[in-house]
Write a protein that binds this ligand. Sequence first.
Ligand SMILES: C[S@@+](CC[C@H](N)C(=O)[O-])C[C@H]1O[C@@H](n2cnc3c(N)ncnc32)[C@H](O)[C@@H]1O
Length: 230
Amino acid sequence: MFTLDQVVPWGRSFDEYRRMFALTGEDLALNILGCGDGPASFNAEATRRGLRVTSCDPIYRWDAAQIRERIAVTRTEVLEQTRQNAAEFVWTAIGSVEELERIRMTAMNEFLNDFPAGKIDGRYIEAELPRLPFADRSFDLALSSHLLFLYTTQLGEDFHRAAVREMCRVANEVRIFPLLTLGGGRSPFVEDVADWLGDSAFEVSIDDVPYEFRRGGNQMMRMRRTVSDG
Ligand SMILES: C[S@@+](CC[C@H](N)C(=O)[O-])C[C@H]1O[C@@H](n2cnc3c(N)ncnc32)[C@H](O)[C@@H]1O
């Protein structure tokens, strides 16, 4: 079973974000926050397209050379785990572990090239769920890819509850992908999110998306603010 002891820096591309979160042209025109974007190239590529994306992650306290070193360690571990557990993945859009490595390293190099300028611009902000340094409703849409639910065991229930509430505080809509844990089953926390949000003004849904790499991981959770209280 694919497993990691702790959350690792490993980054996906803009096209993968677009499909993981079923982002439409209208969605991409919004003011977007990526929580735990790490070394993904979503921000770099979005910025090149003239879009507004802010990313936050604790690894942004390091410089590009230090992040590159962490990626090198993660690369060995993740690719080896993927090779050993290949049956847990769908090898259609990405055909092999070698192709996976190429796609991921291209995305992460794009991030690394953009990071120094993006940090100065305030597009990469050192911050850590469950407390974000943003005012209420600073963003139209907040995204979490490969952090919440995926690290169910490592991060635990209290963290998840606080993190989901915090993302809903700073944005009008929140999307989380995938709903699976690292081992591949659906996170038990998925069913609890509506309770965690209580009768706050959020509608929770689970939507199919046009992306599946982890087998069975083709759904995201959406939390939409339904009531505007001014
Ligand atoms: C597996 S990577 C995913 C990166 C990116 N979202 C993607 O899908 O390509 C997980 C990221 O979550 C970040 N992370 C870990 N703990 C976090 C926290 N408490 N708040 C925000 N990000 C966190 C890690 O530093 C890492 O960059």
